[in-house]
Write a protein that binds this ligand. Structure first.
Ligand SMILES: Cc1ncc(COP(=O)(O)O)c(C=O)c1O
Length: 347
């Protein structure tokens, strides 16, 4: 099939199944990094732009403004090219440099928030404030405000349809990250419409305030709600069965482990979701097909999550995580059962 525009490349992402030995569960990894902008966010970015155009709030030739840590911004930058719009991304230093470079390459205008912040501090509040201010000053502009925009959650209906079809309708659980909550809400609602017994698990970074725990700085990018910010209106808690936390070290070490052992480069937030999915599978809490989206790729974090020195300097190396994953994925057992002594024959 020959497609006519880049947004037609969004969706229909493949699914990779990984049996979890010693359990009756299987991880189904939906490879959302295969979207043209490299993340799950391409889906909602296109949907938010389409909804704004349809409602008349946004006109062709208009300006889209959004505060983004990167992935939503990349999706919006692509949509802006296609729908003849100008895109202004409001970012802080917490966003991965490579993501900012991609937005720039796609023609986006980048505005950094003023002020000095610690490296592990996300300036979401200031980003939101600046984005709203710009939207009030620039004629023909619309602040997308993904955290409160219903079209964010609404952008995941195809994800749900594809997932149900790929899993042959058999889904035991869904484990995803929660930032704005748009993907979690859109996907959890849709899956529960298919089968209310599907267990939905939302993973936030330790230090994020989505589930009422005390807030403190964290390094996972694009996910969670930092202290001082408010949880977005788009997040519907009623469709989430469990809200749990994952540490930066667990998330990052898992992303690195998945690269080394499965040859799949996943981002840090996805590492956290995979770690928690495996933990809950081994506790017996999750069974059957456990769907986890690969929200974005490790290619976007080569200078952070995949850089030994960067991790070491921030005390984020935790070798115990890889040992734990070896056990959960049966690698230890595999080594033991196959460990026949080396036979040397001397002629
Ligand atoms: C890498 C990554 N993981 C997780 C999330 C969280 O997704 P959501 O905003 O739908 O909760 C995002 C959002 O930007 C992201 O970029």
């Amino acid at each position: 099939m020959i497609l006519n525009k880049v947004s037609d490349l969004i969706g229909n992402t493949p699914m990779l199944g990984i049996d979890v030995p010693g359990t009756n569960a299987r991880l189904l990894l939906k490879i959302e990094k295969n979207n043209p902008g490299g993340s799950i966010k391409d889906r909602m970015a296109r949907n938010m732009v389409l909804a704004a155009l349809k409602s008349g709030r946004l006109k062709p030739g208009g300006v889209v403004i959004e505060s983004s840590s990167g992935n939503t911004g990349i999706g919006l930058a692509m949509a802006a090219v296609e729908f003849d719009l100008h895109f202004i991304a409001v970012v802080d230093h917490h966003a991965a440099q490579d993501k900012i470079a991609v937005m720039k390459a796609l023609g986006a205008e980048i505005r950094f928030v003023a002020g000095t912040y610690r490296e592990d501090e996300v300036a979401v509040v200031e980003r939101q404030r600046l984005a709203a201010e710009l939207a009030s000053q620039i004629p023909g502009s619309v602040f997308m405000n993904q955290s409160d925009n219903a079209a964010n959650a609404g952008g995941y209906s195809d994800f749900v349809r594809e997932t149900i079809a790929q899993a042959g309708g058999q889904i035991g659980a869904y484990v995803g990250c929660v930032g704005t909550g748009g993907s979690m809400t859109g996907i959890a609602r849709g899956l529960k419409l298919h089968n209310p017994d599907i267990v939905t698990v939302a993973v936030e970074p330790a230090g994020s305030i989505v589930f009422g725990h005390p807030g403190y700085p964290y390094y996972q990018s694009g996910t969670g709600t930092p202290a001082g910010d408010t949880v977005g209106l788009v997040l519907d808690y009623s469709c989430i069965d469990m809200g749990i936390q994952v540490t930066d070290a667990q998330a990052f070490e898992t992303a690195r482990y998945v690269a080394r052992n499965l040859a799949l480069l996943v981002g840090g937030s996805t590492g956290g979701a995979i770690y928690k999915a495996l933990e809950l599978i081994h506790k017996g809490t999750l069974t059957g097909n456990v769907v986890v989206p690969i929200a974005d790729g490790g290619e976007k974090y080569l200078h952070t999550v995949f850089d030994d020195k960067w991790l070491e300097e921030r005390d984020l190396l935790e070798p115990g995580v890889a040992a734990q994953l070896d056990t959960w994925l049966g690698k230890t057992r595999w080594l033991e059962s196959d460990a026949t002594p080396l036979q040397l024959s001397v002629a």
